[in-house]
Design a protein around this ligand. Structure first.
Ligand SMILES: [Fe+2]
Length: 416
């Protein structure tokens, strides 16, 4: 398989960006040392220590490259299951550093832009500012104040990233939405579906952690379990630990699944299908399967991840009958308007991680997920059709969550 040119381009662009960000941060951190240490030799030593710390905090890129290579080269020597916890001791500080660093870099860039604009403005006006430049070295009192303020401001993004990585990613919430659907068959009234999505087994979602999640799901005693994709993070080597943990799921009507974009781009689908089959979990590939519940058919459709919501969706749904009592498992929530046109009762999706890192400013939601979908999290309705988007349990990119805790869902479906 040849690697497309765009992949090389994207890797090159990301690597350049990382180097530029780290270089800017290093320059800024080193420039603070003479303010902290009055003696020149001590300041120089501190600058050398800063350079060393930067080097160490960027070394884990080598581990991430090995994970990416393991997918392609079928190598799995760097990180095995047994070494997961050891690796995490390295990866968590790395992730916290990188995420906090990017945030600080954004602030520094804004300050740089402000300074540049101010200089241009002064040059255009043809005179110096009437406000004298402030030199912290000549004002010791203010110097201490600026040091304290600067340190607190710099610590804030790292504290937030640390909380998001260590605490928030493990604070599982069990959501229990009740979905009332007009025309839902009365025999199926009260059906309880447990949904688990975006598990992303990898460096930060270990087999052990997934087993804990599976334990929570089993204790909910749902009639059926729906797994809506993204089983692995960045490599198919994670399929085996994922299957081992998920094989312990128990539900009267069975466990049904569909694939997500990460399962597709890591080439994990074949191994997932094989592993799931061995443990009685049904992975649905653009097909429908029916089960009997209190004498009525419950119809489960599972579709692959589709990038576009229109034409491709119509293609994958071609020939699949849609009757009352239908639940669509689609990793991609964006197909919902089309599913609603087809009068599908209920669609279960993931993909967004509930935004993963989410802010709300004046009632406006700001999160990466808003860029890709209007269906970020929770319950949506259109006509008689309903969509539920779970925040999922895992993470992608930085292993942290802010304002979007991991979710295990227990839906109760009722007739109107
Ligand atoms: Fe995902």
């Amino acid at each position: 398989m040849t690697i497309p040119f765009q992949t090389y381009f994207a890797i090159g662009a990301i690597a350049t960006m990382i180097i530029l960000i780290q270089r800017r941060l290093h320059r800024s951190a080193a420039s603070w040392m003479p303010r902290w240490f009055a003696e020149e030799r001590a300041a120089r030593r501190a600058q050398a220590a800063v350079s060393g710390a930067f080097l160490l905090l960027n070394l884990p890129w080598v581990i991430l490259s090995a994970v990416a290579a393991s997918n392609r080269l079928e190598l799995w020597i760097t990180i095995s299951d047994a070494r997961f916890s050891a690796v995490q001791w390295v990866m968590y500080p790395f992730a916290i550093w990188q995420t906090g660093g990017v945030t600080i870099w954004l602030f520094l860039s804004a300050a740089d832009a402000g300074r540049w604009l101010s200089r241009r403005w002064k040059a255009w006006r043809g005179r110096e500012s009437i406000i004298p430049e402030f030199d912290s070295r000549t004002h010791p009192g203010r110097r201490e104040w600026i040091q304290a303020a600067g340190t607190s401001l710099a610590a804030l993004p790292f504290a937030a990233s640390g909380y998001g990585a260590v605490v928030a990613t493990r604070s599982y919430t069990v959501e229990r939405p009740e979905i009332v659907i007009p025309g839902w068959p009365k025999q199926l009234d009260g059906l309880r579906i447990a949904q688990l999505t975006d598990i992303h087994v990898g460096l930060f979602m270990t087999e052990e952690r997934l087993r804990e999640v599976v334990g929570v799901v089993n204790r909910l005693e749902a009639d059926l379990v729906a797994l809506t994709g993204d089983f692995v993070s960045s490599s198919r080597v994670y399929v085996a630990p994922c299957i081992r943990a998920l094989s312990e799921l128990r539900a009267g009507l069975g466990v049904y699944a569909c694939v997500g974009n990460h399962d597709l781009f890591t080439g994990s689908v074949g191994a997932l299908d094989e592993g799931f089959r061995a443990h009685g979990i049904r992975l649905l590939f653009n097909e429908r399967e029916s089960v009997l519940y209190r004498g009525h058919g419950l119809h489960l459709i599972g579709i692959d991840f589709v990038r576009q919501d229109g034409r491709v969706y119509s293609q994958v749904m071609r020939g699949i009958p849609i009757t009352p009592g239908t639940v669509l498992l689609s990793h991609q929530p964006n197909v919902f308007p089309r599913a609603a046109e087809q009068q599908i009762d209920l669609q279960l999706s993931g993909h967004t991680h509930g935004g993963q890192v989410r802010f709300e400013i004046m009632g406006q939601e700001i999160s990466p997920a808003r860029l890709i979908t209007p269906f970020v999290r929770g319950h949506y309705a259109k006509g008689g059709s309903h969509l539920y988007v779970s925040r999922g349990v895992g993470t992608t990119g930085p292993p942290l969550r802010l304002n979007a805790p991991p979710e295990i869902t227990l839906l109760t479906v009722r007739g109107a």
